[in-house]
Design a protein around this ligand. Structure first.
Ligand code: TTP
Ligand code: MG
Length: 389
């Protein structure tokens, strides 16, 4: 997901006089004005990021030049990534206006990957009044290529049906990670498109480009190096635990109030657990008292769990050991550990283990959360959903 003409679009959104006009957002850079970005109207004149404001004025004298407001852009960026997280917890921002979303775990809750992309675009437009372009593909390199193919407001899907056709035409300079220098070197070797790369021997590429040559070889095929420790691998590293805690507005010994917070945290950690296709065997409760002392209690369960009702029952069992007549509580935290991950290819198995009411309700709730945001609905404190009723 990459926002369209990000800084310029925000300026146009906030100042109707700029809408539909060539807007150029500048920034002072060692006594020289630099263009950070230009609206699509200004790009027609050849104005682009990183060019001097001086040059931009020459190319587009009628351009409306605006000073950037970075605080505003960064606030918008945070909100946009938050919207992304309502579709999957696996959101990996790579710049102020761009993020990868791993939607593997969310797919069972939507009609298709395209549907997720469409809904994300609509939600960003509705809530932020900004547009973005999205690429849907089996890996990051292809997703980025796809996101740039139909800007602005683009939605491009790359799959096995159109992959070859796209790689055939794709200029090497448009492959993420290939800069002007590398593109020139590749052209000298007779490599102009991504497809041309694959006609070359991997060793030849390594000879000319060193380690990066191997990357290039795979990029040409629209793949990622299988054993590389790229961003993807780092992000995919399995979590050891999932936890969340809340510092209360005021220290309290009110059982109902504390239980309300515990159920909230239970919902949060269980949802995150399920979105990772994981189950947990160990449940921990952390309590900070008003004198700032901390108590942690945990319980290893006879079987793995992932539903709120199971976790909350155990948490309450630990919580009830605290004598609230003696203590006031300032912070509550829940940790789920001893995690087991379902094989990503068998992601549905986790949910089919228990073909019962709990599972069906939980799946329905997750579907609602994925659509409208995690906080939209919670399992309640008094819910007595069991497999029998
Ligand atoms: P980009 O996503 O590269 O550009 P963009 O969002 O303006 O336009 P596009 O529709 O092509 O995605 O960068 C995001 C923001 O980062 C951009 O609005 C301004 C800022 N930026 C700079 O400050 N300097 C730069 O050199 C570039 C490329 C971007
Ligand atoms: Mg952008």
């Amino acid at each position: 997901m990459d926002m369209d003409a990000f800084f310029a679009s925000i300026e146009q959104r906030d100042n109707p006089e700029l809408r539909g006009k060539p807007v150029i957002v500048g920034r002072e850079n060692s006594n020289r004005g630099i263009v950070t970005t230009a609206s699509y109207e200004a790009r027609k004149y050849g104005v682009h990021s990183a060019m001097s404001v001086f040059q931009a004025r020459k190319l587009c004298p009628q351009g409306l030049f605006v000073d950037g407001n970075y605080h505003k852009y960064s606030e918008a960026s945070k909100k946009i990534f938050k919207i992304c997280r309502t579709f999957t917890p696996k959101v990996y921002p790579i710049s102020i206006d761009e993020a990868y979303l791993d939607i593997t775990g969310s797919l069972p809750y939507f009609k298709s990957a395209k549907e997720i992309a469409l809904q994300l675009q609509q939600k960003i437009e509705k809530e932020m009044h900004l547009t973005c372009s999205i690429g849907v593909a089996p890996n990051k390199t292809l997703a980025k290529i796809a996101s740039e193919m139909d800007k602005p407001t683009g939605l491009t899907i790359i799959n096995s049906d159109n992959l070859d056709e796209i790689l055939n035409k794709l200029p090497v300079g448009d492959i993420p990670g290939i800069g002007q220098k590398t593109a020139k070197k590749l052209k000298n070797l007779g490599i102009f498109t991504a497809q041309d790369i694959t006609n070359k021997d991997e060793n030849l590429l390594v000879k000319h480009f060193g380690k990066f040559g191997k990357h290039l070889y795979y990029m040409g095929k629209g793949e990622e190096i299988p054993t590389s420790t790229t961003l993807r691998d780092r992000h995919n590293r399995k979590a050891k635990s999932i936890s969340n805690e809340i510092t209360l507005h005021h220290s309290s010994s009110d059982k109902t109030y504390l239980q309300q917070h515990l159920i909230k945290i239970t919902n949060k950690v269980c949802y995150r657990l399920r979105m990772k296709n994981a189950t947990a065997k160990k449940v921990s409760l952390k309590i900070k008292f008003s004198d700032l002392t901390i108590k942690t209690m945990d319980k290893t369960l006879p079987e793995h769990v992932c539903y709120e009702s199971d976790v909350y029952r155990e948490i309450m069992e630990l919580f009830n050991r605290i004598d609230l007549n003696k203590f006031k509580i300032r912070l509550l935290g829940i940790k789920l550990s001893s995690l087991e991950f379902a094989d990503e290819t068998k992601q549905l198995d986790l949910f089919s283990q228990k073909n019962n009411k709990v599972k069906r309700i939980s799946t329905a709730l997750d579907k609602i959360r994925n659509k409208y945001g995690r906080k939209i609905i919670n399992v309640g404190k008094n819910s007595k959903i069991t497999d029998d009723n």
